[in-house]
Write a protein that binds this ligand. Sequence first.
Ligand code: NAD
Length: 291
Amino acid sequence: MQLLDGKKTSAELKEELRQEVEQRKAQGKKIPHLAAILVGDDGASRTYVNAKVKACEAVGFESTLIRKEADISEEELLKLVHDLNMDPEIDGFIVQLPLPKHIDEDKVTLAVAPEKDVDGFHPENLGRLVLGLPTFVSATPNGIMELLARYNIETSGKDCVVIGRSNIVGTPMSILLSRNSNPGNCTVTLTHSRTKNLAEITRRADIVVAAIGKPEFVKADMIKEGAVVVDVGIHRIDDPSKKSGFSLLGDCDFEAISKKASYITPVPGGVGPMTIASLMANTMKAVKMRE
Ligand code: NAD
């Protein structure tokens, strides 16, 4: 088994971006500027946003973090999104999800200008993805594709099973892997909560992408010998034996599956860091598109 090392690969990707920023500086070009809106005080969201701000610093981007109380009105938030759309200094921005219940996430996603939608959540960008047109591919699927590409994983003609059909991971992943591109050209089966005999389906797969949101849901007996396994899940589980008081687990039983798989992403250190590096890459793309 070989690890699909997202920590190492994302460091390479970020180093490439850092060098590009240096070149841009030398040429007097604009430094990419990413903004993030964080609403409320959700611990996981705070961690993700902080990691994004830190990544901006590492690659030399400008970053702006806008924190708002959980009781911000939908109208105020939409006004903030509008202001960022109009701000020439900002190249791209994200609104960290989830949002408080009184705010319609779809309305907010639709309000983001597609050319600044570095999360790739706007329907225009998702539509362009489906049509194979240039777009911002949302950070997690984009990061997974980059990881597969950099490890030269053969995908053409392979049977791939994606578990989970969310708009931000499972569905775009199924489209990307079935596209006529490299990586791509897989025969994809998209499975979900109503899928019958899931294990039978996954056992046939050369590539499994697990985005279910349930800790260690995928067991070794669901995986074919030699398969490539991409684990998107991330769960904080109480663990008194750890100094931090918790362990991070994925959607796959890593210990057991790593004995069968040819390649597997670890959790942590797999898809997570690739997601953040991809967001940086999308921001670089945004600044170039605006030029
Ligand atoms: P989601 O909850 O939106 O979607 C989960 C999907 O799993 C649903 O489509 C559902 O149909 C499917 N599902 C549920 N039970 C199932 C079952 N028994 N059999 C088959 N399918 C089943 O989740 P999401 O946003 O796609 O995230 C999935 C996981 O990935 C979560 O743990 C999330 O925290 C993690 N995640 C990680 C990153 C990262 O950067 N590492 C990014 C996004 C999400």
